[in-house]
Ligand binder design. Sequence first.
Ligand code: G
Ligand code: G
Ligand code: NA
Ligand code: MN
Length: 254
Amino acid sequence: TEAEQRLRSALRDRRFLCAYQPKVDIHTHRTVGVEVLLRWRDEAGVIQGPGEFIALAVELGMIDDITRMVLDETVAAVADIDAVFGEGTTISLNVAAKQAGDIGFMTDFVGDLADTGLAERFMIEFTEEAFFVKSALQAHVLPMLRQIGAKVSIDDFGVGYSSLSALADLTADELKIDRSFISDIHRRPRSQIILKAIESLGHALDMTVIAEGLESIEELTYLAGATKIRHAQGYYFSKPVPLEDFAVSRTSYS
Ligand code: G
Ligand code: G
Ligand code: NA
Ligand code: MN
């Protein structure tokens, strides 16, 4: 297909690049981490989100190469990441659901991560969907990551179908609440009740709880005043953009 051709040529011509989005402490406004999000420079030079490309890459078996490329680029950028966001900032990478259950791929990936000598700097975000392959994660993948000192995040929490059972069996460091719960939270009483329940569940299980998709001061004020959620990520602080677009140091967002 045409989309397939574009994907293959983008990989060949190195037209993929990494965008970075900070995770910020909503009380101190200090940057606590950064998520790496794949971008693609189209034929006209415009930077595009992955859109359907991630799903297509998974389908075509190209996602493993893409994931390695993201790891390589990020490792090469560590000094610059530290310069922008602060020394030792945790760096989060996404792994697709299908990869999470592929023990061969995950073994190689964890090996690559260990070889960088920087495994302790990294957090791997698995979408809730990945927790469908719970037994592989629990028995193999999470212990391997823990062994090398990398952290684990449960991404997009609350919108999948296995949320609570995943939490029962899997140990993760971070619980990232899906942005559908954060959007206009100050005006949605029923969502507020659910959000608070998720937050207390996460904290009771010893996880860092982070709100995804924070866009407005009203949402921030609500989170800071009515919940114990400490971390947030979203357009309110910064869109995901290439590292060189952070013109000034962003160790904090006050
Ligand atoms: O900005 P946003 O459009 O980046 O991302 C859209 C989707 O693509 C999200 O679900 C995100 O998790 C996913 N995504 C972004 N970068 C990567 C990546 O490097 N690997 C994988 N597997 N998914 C990614
Ligand atoms: O990995 P994950 O599926 O969580 O990907 C995060 C997605 O959310 C990316 O597509 C990223 O660009 C997007 N995103 C990050 N911050 C915001 C925000 O404040 N609002 C919205 N609508 N999307 C966001
Ligand atoms: Na993510
Ligand atoms: Mn997410």
